[in-house]
Design a protein around this ligand. Structure first.
Ligand code: 8GT
Length: 161
């Protein structure tokens, strides 16, 4: 969520950090676009950057977290036209998140089911879990197994029972 030179059209990268079936989630600060919403850490890909570099930089800026990109897992486009690159990351041993209040008001570890129960998510987050549940992306064992009910999460929508 830095304010430096941007590439147009908007192209962003999202950090997927999962341990023991819990995903690292941030609440966006009230000072940024989509204030107070829950999402994964990430931000705009700057000129000359690879998505893997963007998410390492954004994890440092938003959460003071040291992490390594593992692999690109997914790509999608938001309803407002931003192309998103989803990158699996691992945090460095002993590196703990500390929220930068200019960008992040809090962080939390949530299971996918806990996440999908929330009503304050950026719409790309249920889209990501829908894609996982429908076999469009591969996640490591530590992420657990996608639940079949997530297949009923409509893209940009909520869980349909
Ligand atoms: N950080 C983050 N951004 C996401 C997610 N899902 C999603 O659609 N986005 C979108 O990706 C774009 C870039 O994210 P951002 O808002 O955190 O980053 P930024 O300040 O560098 O970019 P911006 O000021 O152009 O919006 C925004 O349009 C944001 O809404 C997500 O899970 N995490």
């Amino acid at each position: 969520m830095s304010k430096s030179v941007r590439r147009k059209p908007s192209h962003g990268a999202v950090a997927v950090l999962v341990e023991d079936e819990k995903f690292l989630v941030i609440r966006r600060s009230r000072l940024v676009r989509a204030p107070n919403m829950l999402c994964f850490a990430g931000g705009t890909i700057e000129i000359g950057e690879q998505p893997e570099e963007t998410i390492v930089r954004e994890l440092k800026e938003e959460l003071s977290l040291d992490a390594t990109a593992v692999r690109h897992v997914f790509q999608n486009r938001t309803s407002w036209g931003t192309l998103l690159e989803w990158v699996l990351v691992e945090r460095h041993e002993n590196s703990q998140p500390i929220a930068n209040p200019a960008e992040v008001s809090e962080w939390m570890w949530l299971t996918a089911s806990e996440l999908l129960d929330r009503h304050d998510l950026l719409p790309s987050v249920p889209d990501f879990f829908w894609a996982w549940a429908t076999g469009q992306l591969e996640m490591p064992e530590r992420a657990g197994t996608p639940e079949s009910k997530w297949k009923f999460i409509k893209p940009n929508g909520r869980l349909v029972n």
